[in-house]
Write a protein that binds this ligand. Structure first.
Ligand SMILES: [Zn+2]
Length: 271
């Protein structure tokens, strides 16, 4: 009996034919399983006939992504910290910051990643310019207040001045630069030609190279043009954020911003 079942299953496996499948289900009274391999060694004679299987449901894109999420991804991971217009930097946030490129500070844990990325860029012919890294809340507050004061002196109301300032400056405590994991990057050529941190930097070869290679070094383009409503920040072709290679590759593959990625992890954890 068992041998004939194995034979039947082998035929089934080779053919994948629906008719044979029906034939098998009718002849074998024990199970409607048609997955082979693990099943054939089991003695299924004691099993009652299982109820009809429901047709396999196609997984939604979200379900597929959740299945493929790096298993150890955790919303409390240091490299997944979310600081945005709605989430302020935690008051007790602590990290070690070190100076790189003789100008900017970054989180000590990402120094190697940055050095490797910058060196690879140079090898590819792009002389990167690290425009801005770690920024204290205090400094952001000064920038913010100076900007508001400027608008006030131009005759805007206080409310208007704050609104206008917020168009291009994040509120103190809400800038990702407070984490030391965000880097504003352009290249020397762009700066020397009078370019600044503006979206048109994406016309440059170095920016394209950065986007192409970022995930390999653990970085993401934090504020893409297509996700302004989700990030709450206008497109910034120069602002990159370290999240780690595995997370970065996943986000790149599925075109996710950090807000979406963290949400996905939360959904998985609630399942
Ligand atoms: Zn930035």
């Amino acid at each position: 009996m068992r041998l004939s079942k194995v034979l039947l299953l082998s035929i089934l496996m080779l053919s994948g034919c629906a008719q044979l499948e029906n034939f098998f289900e009718e002849t074998s009274n024990q199970s409607s399983e048609n997955e082979i391999g693990e099943e054939i060694d089991q003695d299924m004679t004691d099993y009652p006939k299982e109820p009809e299987e429901e047709p396999e449901k196609e997984l939604s894109e979200e379900e597929v992504m959740i299945q493929e999420l790096p298993t150890e991804a955790n919303v409390t991971d240091w490299n997944l910290i979310l600081v945005n217009p709605w989430e302020a930097l935690p008051e007790n946030y602590e990290a070690e910051f070190v100076e790189v490129d003789n100008t900017q500070q970054i989180d000590a844990r990402i120094v190697d990643a940055w050095n490797n990325w910058r060196d690879a860029a140079l090898e590819a012919g792009h002389n990167l310019f690290f425009a801005s890294g770690y920024r204290t809340v205090e400094r952001q507050r000064n920038n913010f207040n100076n900007s508001v004061a400027g608008y006030l002196s131009e005759g805007y109301s206080e409310e208007e001045s704050i609104e206008k300032t917020k168009e291009y400056l994040t509120e103190p405590g809400h800038s990702e630069h407070h984490t030391g994991l965000a880097l504003d990057i352009v290249d020397h050529e762009w700066i020397n030609a009078g370019g600044r941190l503006d979206p048109e930097y994406d016309t440059q070869e170095s920016q394209k190279w950065l986007v192409e290679t970022m995930a390999d070094y653990g970085f993401i383009l934090r504020y893409p043009a297509s996700k302004e409503e989700i990030t709450g920040i206008q497109y910034e072709s120069w602002h990159f954020r370290y999240v780690g290679v595995e997370h970065a590759q996943f986000m790149k593959k599925y075109d996710l911003v950090l807000e979406e990625y963290v949400d996905l992890i939360k959904i998985r954890d609630e399942m």
